[in-house]
Design a protein around this ligand. Structure first.
Ligand code: MG
Ligand code: ZN
Length: 362
């Protein structure tokens, strides 16, 4: 029933007209105080290729955040083991610059742990944070902090989070992997005894604290809009906290459930998740515009759903969503860049080039 959203020719025309009135994208829209960025914000729409981005555009009343980026490119996503990547190998490629086998987290294909950009930048003295609307231990966020041969070893991955001295802020779900464990250890107790400040909601969080973990759900967060403005609010909280750092920060923000929606072939869920991610990107761009020293990268680990838009009647007048698979596809994914260093992200690249290019801009 939810498989198709029919859009009238009229609304499509209105959107097209509003594009032509808003063509003010040029690289002068950010203050380039220096050529090198101080802060890096990497945003990953899990399962988000151009059909998902266009789905947001077709159903948005306003110009989307994606249209605020001066630089766009395309990214190849295949993994070491498969033509089609999963989120573990895709996240690991983006986080570490190494192609690996599907299912593996933070390791190369020889099962050797490799450093993530979060770890490398933490060692340079930058503050670091990770935000997701899934388990914080799920493949994408895990790729930046954990090392494991199997993405499903959630309790081992939670232990890696607890042991990491490289991450300063964690916001997401997956509390059960920290508290309801086979080894009986309460990782939240262990972390708070070692200096972490733990909260189970965004509200009442003291943004001046140094190490903050917010696990707002036992499992994944609810879907949007049931979870409210959790993702944009968490992101604004993180920016307020991390931007106190004198030596810059690295923040990864994931729109985790775009992928879940596409696996379900649920276009209403997909469009809602895309609007939530779009809204979050707008908050990040507002920060980056004011700051002038922040490089913002938005990309994806892979496409999910084999999503396309068709007119079921072949009359070129309707755009109806059609999912061609309940799994992932090998489609190129887009990359959007804004801020100092953004000019390096145009053209066609491999997912392993993203981190290498970010590190080159610093
Ligand atoms: Mg993910
Ligand atoms: Zn998936």
């Amino acid at each position: 029933m939810k498989k198709y959203i029919l859009l009238s020719v009229l609304s499509t025309l209105t959107i097209l007209l509003s594009y032509s009135c808003n063509s003010t994208k040029d690289s002068s829209s950010y203050k380039s105080n220096s050529q090198k960025p101080t802060n890096i914000i990497l945003m990953i729409g899990d399962g988000m290729s151009t059909p998902q981005v266009y789905a947001a555009m077709l159903t948005s009343e306003n110009t989307t955040s994606f249209e605020r980026f001066p630089i766009t490119g395309l990214v190849k996503t295949y993994s070491k083991s498969h033509k089609i990547t999963d989120s573990a190998a895709g996240g690991t490629a983006i986080a570490t610059g190494h192609k690996t086998n599907n299912g593996m987290i933070g390791m190369n294909s020889d099962s050797i742990p490799v450093p993530s950009i979060l770890e490398t930048l933490s060692e340079k003295g930058m503050k670091t944070g990770v935000i997701a609307t899934s388990y914080i231990t799920h493949a994408t966020p895990a790729s930046f902090v954990a090392k494991n041969i199997n993405r499903n070893n959630y309790e081992e991955i939670a232990m890696d989070f607890a042991k990491s001295d490289k991450v300063d802020l964690l916001i997401g779900g997956g509390k059960k992997h920290f508290t309801e464990r086979k080894d009986g250890i309460n990782l939240i107790k262990k972390m708070t005894s070692e200096g972490w400040n733990y909260y189970d909601t965004l509200i009442n969080t003291d943004v001046n604290e140094d190490k903050i973990m917010i696990l707002a759900s036992d499992g994944h967060l609810p879907s949007y809009p049931s979870r409210g403005e959790f993702l944009p609010d968490a992101t604004v909280l993180a920016l307020e906290n991390l931007s106190k750092s004198k030596s810059g920060f690295f923040l990864m923000v994931e729109g985790s459930q775009i992928d879940f929606a596409a696996h379900d072939s649920d276009s209403t869920y997909l469009v809602n998740e895309m609007h939530d991610f779009d809204n979050t990107i707008n908050k990040v761009l507002d920060f980056a515009e004011k700051d002038g020293n922040t490089l913002v990268i938005v990309t994806a680990d892979h496409e999910t759903g084999g999503l396309t838009m068709i007119d079921p009647n072949g009359s070129y007048t309707e755009t109806s969503f059609k999912f061609s698979t309940g799994s992932h596809s090998p489609l190129l994914v887009p990359i959007f860049a804004f801020g100092p260093g953004s000019e390096n992200f145009s053209g066609i690249m491999d997912n392993t080039d993203i981190i290498k290019t970010i590190l080159k801009t610093l």
